[in-house]
Design a binder for this molecule. Sequence first.
Ligand code: GTQ
Ligand code: FE2
Length: 370
Amino acid sequence: MAQQYPHGHVETDSELEAFYRDLEAMSTTALWRVLTQQITDEPQPRAVPFLWKYRRIRPLVLRAGELVTPEQANRRVVVLVNPGLKSECYASSTLLANIQLVLPGEIAPAHRHSAAALRFIIEGNGGYTAVDGEKTVMRPGDLVLTPNWTWHDHGNPTDGPMIWQDGLDVPLVNALDASFFEPYPGMQQAYTRPVDLSTEQYRQGGLRPAWERWTKPYSPLLNYAWQQTREALERMSKGAPGTPWDGITMEYVNPHTGGPIMPTIGAHAQLLRAGEHTQAHRHTMDVVYQVVEGRGFTIINGVRFDWEPHDVFVIPKWAFHEHVNASATDAACLFSYNDQPVMQSLGLYREEELVENDGYQEVTGAFTPL
Ligand code: GTQ
Ligand code: FE2
């Protein structure tokens, strides 16, 4: 085929067949037999665009609460499985999206692992996550970090359930054969720092304590409070242009560097103004979204995914996408996390805007959620 010329094409004959068998016997093969599948023209993610309705997942999460304890399960978590990654049970090729439940009075035991995690709080007010000696109190919309190899445990001293989304880089860490895990000796770690000390030290935007020596490759701020994030989005929505592809988007940053919160996971909070319809683009990062407020839809590779609060959806690498706030009067807010820091630091990050049709995709169908 003429169009395959740049990759080459070798016609098979009986001599070559014999050669291939001899290669195989020596645990080798000919590159020309695998080149086009090893070096594709473009990313070929096995992950598919997908969306989980929170109102369908929540009852299952609560049922898990009747069936197992965190002592038994270590973490009582429902894993959102991308249909393209069924055997691995991953949400995307590099990220997990899990829903965790901690019931009143429960403790999820302390441990640490080389996989990094973030939590985005969905329900409950006043539970905590402790990270390397410091407890941080969790409220809806808060972003809480448990970076790579930090000791962490969760607890719920309130009288209602705590439910949050866990974002982890487990698929990436496993692809790199770099997974380590260690349980803490005891349910809870030693709490050696004042509650929410990092919030106290780092919440002032643009100011940081000059005496703090921080050499770790992740943000020292454990909790990015939704209240401040929402206020920032509101302020910016009054006059800032935002971007044509994402509206008003703010990146959660490490206050020491201005860079991403962790070396393997970045995060954004995004506001779509009433009626806003962004233009389509695609990039070499996986993005997992959690809807915080409002209603709308995201068109991914031509398919419309309708969303409402707490729904979770995944945009795999190189899929065109555009967002629509369906309300003519109210803002919509989305939280998302991604593997952009990895792609960027390895020189693999690319983005491309859709130019045809003024940057809007042709809609070919609508996603039917389970
Ligand atoms: O809360 O520490 O969803 O270690 C998966 C692995 C949560 C956690 C998950 C974990 C945790
Ligand atoms: Fe963990």
